[in-house]
Write a protein that binds this ligand. Sequence first.
Ligand SMILES: Nc1ncnc2c1ncn2[C@@H]1O[C@H](COP(=O)(O)OP(=O)(O)O)[C@@H](O)[C@H]1O
Ligand SMILES: [Mg+2]
Length: 481
Amino acid sequence: MSLPVRVRLTLWYGSLLEAMLVGLGAFLIVRLRADLVAAIDRSLDTRAAQIALDYTGDGEEEFRGVSESSLVAVPRGETADQVLSPSGTVLQSAGDEAVSQEPMIGAADLARARRDGAGLRLTAALGADREPFRILAVRLPDRPDVLVVSESLEDVDRSVHRLLGLMLLAGPAALAAAGGGGWWIAGEALRPVRRMTEEAAAIGPGRLHERVGVPRTRDEIERLGMTLNAMLARLERSVDEQRRFVADAAHELRTPLAIMRSEIDVSLASDRLPPAARAVLRSAADEVGRMSGIVENLLTLARMDEEGGLEILRAPVDLADVAGDVARRFQAAAGSKGIVLGVSAEHVVVLGDRERLLQAVANLVDNAVKYTQPGGHVEVSVRAAPGRGRVVVADDGPGIPPELLPRIFDRFVRADAVRSRGTGGAGLGLAICRGIVEAHGGRIRAESEPGEGSRFVLELPVVEDAGPVDPAGPTGTMRVR
Ligand SMILES: Nc1ncnc2c1ncn2[C@@H]1O[C@H](COP(=O)(O)OP(=O)(O)O)[C@@H](O)[C@H]1O
Ligand SMILES: [Mg+2]
């Protein structure tokens, strides 16, 4: 059973209290009844002794008068007295007539009372309406007869019932009050835990520098909070180290890749290259290009996570130029896969970082070429929309599963592994696209019909007064997380 701690605590508390109340109540009732019966027993003793004394002194005729005077002396409860012969015949009787006319004890009890000098005590239901009576039977001194005195237990039962009623009324009320108090105390005690849980849940990968608020209570809860914060600090440190390592590694890989690239280009420029060697070098150039792309992505990702976020240059960039560049870069890869890669672009100038925009569009085209089956089509288009420039990369490939579409720009999100097996990638390309586009103040979205293809739409705010495009002259930088 997985109830919240607060409910469990309250239930525990309530059940314990209930058990205690029931136990206490039962004890009180048993005690009260025993005490009341003992009081009746004492009064029966007194009356029996007095009657026996008077009986011996004044003879049988006095019995009724004597027992009636005793009755007056003991105003509480109904009483009945009788003298029984050894054979069980009622010789004389007094008090409650409905009870005293018939023998109040059976033959066996009568025999025992005659034998036992100390007298016999018992409780029995007497009369036509079976009323409970406490009975004392003693043998009269120097005679074979037995004196039986009795008193109704009705008052005792009434007192016990009244107490029971009071407890049945007060018990649940006490239980409800204590349960409510317990519920409130448990809630108060758990409130800091709830708050820390919420705070800790809100600390995502990008907010590892944050800490949960620790209450200064010098108890387990304060320790829990401090432990949580210490863990966050360790996590932050190790994530930072990893990020720095990735950034350093990617940075280190850039230069050798650039050198390889230019060496291959120089070799390819030679006329005396045998055709087979030329083909090998072309393929090597493609692979080096892909590797550069991956390294760029890694570096961008590390920068996006850094303190200041991704640094974006702000210079006028012609999106048609970017689209053309990317298409050129992927023409060979598309061609060798039998995919038609087309471009149709209007000149739209936005303020931004040309290299980053190239990277974003390249990631989209890379996906389109990578995931579209041979014979498919990929189209890159650039259009001006009111206030914004729009780059669309569309394909007629397999499309994106609808359940993945809302998360497709999240890190490490990929469609089923089988389809993407061998196509590499870690599911970071689209996350980087979004990072770059949002750093530019733009928006990116994906539309897809499974089996029909995918469309990635990238929108960037345009420069209001577009001057001449000067890619060399950054007009400033901005940092966006
Ligand atoms: N044009 C596309 N057609 C079909 N699926 C795509 C397309 N672009 C992206 N996807 C799906 O989105 C996932 C995430 O893409 P991305 O972030 O670039 O990661 P990667 O390419 O490394 O797998 C891909 O694994 C793929 O399943
Ligand atoms: Mg990709």
